[in-house]
Design a protein. Structure first.
Length: 284
């Protein structure tokens, strides 16, 4: 288990111990009698040595009269289970499997909130741009080269831009318009793609200019799926957030980032300026 996951499990144990004591169970032994558990089980859960199942948490809240915390505790336990999904483990057979996994998440989501400070969001990428990013993934993580299949799965996600009543709130940093994947021609094709999709009725594309006053530090890219899941990407892992209190922080961060963004014609001007930049730097 990662250090972060272990720390989270220990923090959960501290919360449960506080519930036990506040309910008048001065010792783990007394609580074990009330639950019918072994005393050692109570001790292991409170000290982060044993995973508390969802049923354990329901019983704990029932015995301590803290039923209002059940859903939050269950979300915390699930969060611990999925806390760090190391990229090397996720990508050990290639990138296609991870891209396929995303399709089920997209199918269930009604409102997307996406923040990418330096790269165009995958669902808005062209095939050529996506190939360049997956080639880098293959090289960096030294995984089997299934970039072509991974690109196909990534592009399959684009169907959700047109299906149903999904809402896409997408924020990019201006740097995403200039981060050069594949050279000027690939970048101009990608920028043309942004100009096309920004006309979609259920897609809101905002860009934070490089000189915009910031209400919050940019941080890592993250993707929010309704109010149930946030995925945060780092170089080493994908961080899954499912705890309601933490998801609320990402809602707040996204709202603050939106205050620095421009929309509509201002986005179009920024994209065209970037496209002209790559025109000037195209090979003769």
């Amino acid at each position: 288990m990662s250090n972060q996951a272990q720390e989270a499990r220990e923090a959960l144990g501290v919360r449960l111990r506080a519930f036990r004591k506040d309910a008048g169970f001065a010792s783990g032994r007394a609580f074990a009698v009330a639950t019918g558990w072994a005393e050692s089980k109570v001790s292991r859960i409170e000290n982060g040595k044993q995973k508390a199942s969802e049923e354990d948490l329901r019983i704990w809240c029932d015995r301590t009269n803290t039923q209002e915390h059940i859903q939050d505790l269950i979300a915390t336990a699930r969060h611990i289970d999925e806390l760090w999904l190391e990229w090397r483990r996720q990508l050990q057979t290639g990138a296609e499997k991870r891209q396929s996994k995303a399709l089920s998440v997209y199918a269930k989501t009604k409102v997307f909130r996406i923040w990418h400070p330096t790269v165009v969001w995958g669902t808005l990428q062209t095939a050529d741009y996506a190939v360049e990013t997956f080639d880098q993934v293959v090289d960096y993580y030294e995984i089997p080269n299934d970039a072509e299949a991974a690109v196909a799965k990534r592009l399959e996600r684009q169907q959700y831009l047109y299906k149903g009543n999904r809402i896409f709130n997408v924020l990019l940093g201006e740097q995403a318009l200039y981060s050069n994947f594949g050279g000027p021609e690939v970048m101009k094709g990608q920028l043309d793609r942004l100009l096309a999709v920004m006309r979609l009725p259920r897609l809101s594309l905002g860009i934070i200019p490089r000189s915009a006053p910031m209400k919050i530090w940019p941080g890592n890219s993250f993707s929010m799926f309704d109010d149930r899941l946030v995925l945060v990407e780092t170089y080493s892992a994908e961080f899954s957030v499912t705890q309601p209190r933490e998801i609320e922080l990402y809602f707040k961060a996204f709202a603050l980032l939106q205050q620095s963004a421009v929309y509509g014609n201002s986005v179009r001007e920024l994209v065209l300026t970037a496209s002209h930049y790559f025109d000037r730097h195209s090979p003769d």
